[in-house]
Design a protein around this ligand. Sequence first.
Ligand SMILES: NC(=O)c1ccc[n+]([C@@H]2O[C@H](COP(=O)([O-])OP(=O)(O)OC[C@H]3O[C@@H](n4cnc5c(N)ncnc54)[C@H](OP(=O)(O)O)[C@@H]3O)[C@@H](O)[C@H]2O)c1
Length: 299
Amino acid sequence: MAKRFGSRPTADEVLEDIDLSGKTILVTGSGAGIGREAARALAAAGAHVILGCRTESSAEATVRAIEAACPCASLTPMALDLASFASIRRAVAALSVSRLDVLICNAGLHTPEFQTTEDGIELTVGVCHFGHFLLTLSLLERLRAAANARVVMVSSESHRFPRELRFDRFPLDEKRYQGLVAYGQAKLCNVLFANELTRRYASEGITANSLHPGSMIGTSIFRSSPAGKALAIALSPFTKTIAQGAATTVYCAAAPELAGVGGRYFSDCKEKRPSAFARDEAAAKKLWEMSEALVGRGP
Ligand SMILES: NC(=O)c1ccc[n+]([C@@H]2O[C@H](COP(=O)([O-])OP(=O)(O)OC[C@H]3O[C@@H](n4cnc5c(N)ncnc54)[C@H](OP(=O)(O)O)[C@@H]3O)[C@@H](O)[C@H]2O)c1
């Protein structure tokens, strides 16, 4: 029977009694915040964890930090800059594992200023959606090699704003850029992508879910927004800790009752209904086709 949790369990509490020995899990953006805590907790539960971090030095520093907390952890550092298609292709080509049980697409950012990826795409959706799209497609063979592989998309309740993805304004250009709109678009793409991935690959044993980790958790996501940072500090007594913020991520990655389950959205380790647009199958298909055209099929 599925275990029941209150609204704020920690990642370790969710993984209590779950043995992940023999599983290989890749976590993007695992150098900080929710990603690092999820990676630590999954490694402590016995998984071999590949730490996808923007730079090699951050990946190695993350290995040292997790090993200090969990000396038996089995970890592989991976330099993975999701703002560069070339870096994603290099990282996948260098990956020595032939089977991946879980891919956690956690990396994300929020920036008030317009910036672009190495490939000229608006940075927020470039990293959160297009980078993860290319990474996932490039890893399909390894995911197929696992029984009931899971892809976990760390989205946000911000996917509800904007109410729809206007393809004529996506990705945003510099003239129309608003940081919160770009962030909302990116998080909406995470839900649409998880749903479409499940529709396309569930028959091959790959399913994907998306999730909201909690709001205004005191990570570095607000680092380039002084107002956001101040609000996160002010609200911190009332919001989840990072350990609690990583709980729904590890729940989607490891809960036995979610084996073979996909196309769902979770919050507080429970299923929740995402926005109407996030459930729109035609939009998800359109986003997939557009993304495929933009990134190609990977290496
Ligand atoms: N904190 C919240 O309240 C909250 C709420 C809802 C959803 N979320 C989502 O939770 C996820 C984790 O965020 P967080 O709060 O833990 O923030 P965080 O501490 O800033 O962590 C974000 C991670 O993403 C990485 N990243 C950013 N750009 C990257 C790139 N180009 N290539 C590879 N990695 C990159 C960062 O690496 P660097 O440090 O090297 O930049 C960092 O490790 C995000 O997807 C975010 O949207 C957070």
